[in-house]
Design a protein around this ligand. Sequence first.
Ligand code: ATP
Ligand code: MG
Length: 878
Amino acid sequence: MKWMSLNDLRESYLSFFESKGHLRHKSFPLIPPADDKSLLLINAGMAPLKKYFKGEEEPPRHRMTTCQKCIRTPDIERVGKTARHGTFFEMLGNFSFGDYFKKEATAWAWEYLTKVIEIPEDRLWVTIYEDDDEAFEIWNKQNGVPADRIIRLGKEDNFWEIGSGPCGPCSEIHFDRGPGFGCGRPDCAGVTCDCDRVIEIWNLVFTQFDGDGNGNYTPLAKPNIDTGMGLERLAVVMQGVNNLFEVDTVQNIMKAISDKAGIKYGADEKSDIALRVITDHIRSTCFLVCDGVVPSNEGRGYVLRRLLRRAARYGKLLGIKGTFLSDIVPVVAHENLTAYPELTEKLDYIKKIVSIEEEKFSKTIDGGTEILNAIIEKTIAAGADTLPGEDVFRLNDTFGFPLDLTREIAEEKGLKVDEAGFAALMDEQKQRARKARADKGDFGWATETLDLGDVTAKTEFVGYTESECEAKVVALIDADVNEVTGTKNGGKVIVVLDKTPFYGEGGGQVGDTGLICADGLKIEIKDTKKTNDGIYLHIGEVVEGSVSVGDTVAAAIDTERRAAIRRNHSAAHLLQAALRQVLGVHVEQAGSYVDDKRVRFDFSHYTAMTKEEIAKVEEIVNEQILKALPVNTVETDIETAKKSGAMALFGEKYGAVVRMVKMGDFSTELCGGTHLSNTAEAGLFKIISESSVASGVRRIEGTTGKGVLELIAEQNELIENTARELKTQNPKDIDKRAAQLSAELKTEKAEREKLNDKLAASAVESLLNNRSKAGKFTLITGMTEGLTVNAVRGVLDKIKSEPDAVAVISTCVDGKYNLIVSASDGAVKLGANAGKIIKELCNIVGGGGGGRPDSATAGVKDGSKLKEAFEALPDILG
Ligand code: ATP
Ligand code: MG
């Protein structure tokens, strides 16, 4: 076997399976398909292909091969400590959807390992499920693996099963790296030992049963094959390195970090672990951000935040000063250029997100660490070994200091965290938040807590084309959330119909309002929501008559309101496309809200938009409106939609059939909302504001159609009111009039200041009259108010030519006292020293100051002592 690079290994694997009839597909994003709610992040090659395994969708080919980006946070504690675990890694895989099975899968795996990349057979071990005699026969007879190198293991190790559904035995291939890499114990268990000597490289899963979850298995008519081999692990084997961080491309990232830290890799196990952890986490981080994850406090965003912050903290442990992670991003992008050029394409964006988060964290840490240290000290002083739940909760709640970090720092000090206490407080807080939400709205809780009992049929939505229809009442729920059969005049009610033109809030679009009527019955519908099961809830109030389950009613939406909503929703699509044109393709929708008044659109972008960018975006959207582009909606499957370039939303639920909304060639998005039939119907689009929502997320608010008219009317009114206030006849002149007025004000202000100075001067001048004799000198004293030190000094210049004058004046502005001493040239010659005088005075009044022999000033601490100070002057001068 010879040394092979990571990139060559990936290519050799994929092309080997292509030669066996597999369709090569590039890695799917780390964010699972929107309809898969079971997973936060892709953790295996088969994860994005589940729908093909389950038969929910027809695969493009029944044999596929991929090299899939994976994130496994459950392995986080092992990362850096074992040779073979990363939170990020690439998984090579070949898959059969009801096509080939065990014989081919094992034969090709063996052929690839022993013939293509020439791993010596005697370094390999095979494990199988203990009851899988078929697998034993095939490995032994067909592939020639000696019986004593095939190990039978129990369900725990070699049976793949999650709850009920498709499952089956698996077979793992392990590689023996030799005694030098192991635990060194004489009784090392080899394949089953957790040490790094014999490592699992490839797992072949034979999905051949349908399990009922109780241990009963029915064979599947068409069994599947799902295999997974860690690319970095394979590279460890082929490159003979110690661990997956020493693999060719990965070690360059680690090198960049160790350079930054000024610490050599290999010098010390503790710092080596830190280097490996940072290397791993920054890889995960780059790939997550690239795939559209933004740091936040929940879900995927939290995984990212945690990885990034953990990396930052390990950096601090290594003694790296300041932030450094964003400097490593380009290295990660460069090392992955061959397989993942998108990292380089989005380099600036990734760097920005990383640096914003790292800076934010560094502030949190600085503030929180001090408090945590105090908590730790207190705990130790009390002789306890557990940090109190309340303290840890407060640290988290008030300072955003993450629990896992508290836990790690506590562990370093040999302390535990009162997890139960923390969890209880966290839970209480959640309850409070839930209650606050429930208290807020009439039926705001409806979709969350409603139990609709036996109503299971989805409501038929006809609102894409109809604004009213006849429907049957299927269920009624009253204000106390009881399912009822009939309801009387005046009651708040939720109506469930078999069919409806009302759009149920979703995809960022508000629910419709309108009327549900029948003879003698009128229900005003104030909002419409949709349950996860597709049941529409019409929330309203019976204003006339009563209604019962089984009644036939006419349901009609408020069409004018809906038209305004459609205008704003279509504008949101144009806006997204325009933003991507102006700012770049890193712009992804992070949230949106559309009602009849406005469109609010949140998107990933790292800095405030400039005035020019905002104007450009607005101009592009309006151009598309004026072009009168036809809006077409097509129903298709998600793959076709994505291929035709439709922008899909992360986290949005797309079923087997998706709705693609196309506006000319300008915008194509997957969307279930209601839209215009032509962009021209929007009238005009106007951006109202651009602001920040969270780090890396901006928000634009805008409006269309009548909203623009209202905006213009508002602005006109403002102009007219202003004109009236400014007393201009013609509103067009308000700017000129305003400029004129402010110029007038300026002149007046200057004049007033001049006048003030004059007044001041004459006030001080009269002060110069208060004269007395003190020793050789003529002493001039006075106490003033409201005059600045400079104004007083200006006047005192006048005594400079007198033969023996010494002036001491105090002034008070805004309750602050100052002393000013001035001595004429003649007085200085006679021995007067203003600086010395003021020092003596300060001994009495407190405060401090100083100056030259002819002039000195001081701030006064105690104004009430001034009189005493003046009285002391004859002595000071005498
Ligand atoms: P292990 O027991 O070593 O953690 P696993 O049983 O969790 O492995 P599988 O779920 O069977 O692994 O995944 C298939 C392959 O993916 C493994 O054989 C291994 O080569 C690779 N792999 C799994 N987890 C990691 C990881 N955290 N880092 C790198 N490679 C991994
Ligand atoms: Mg594992």
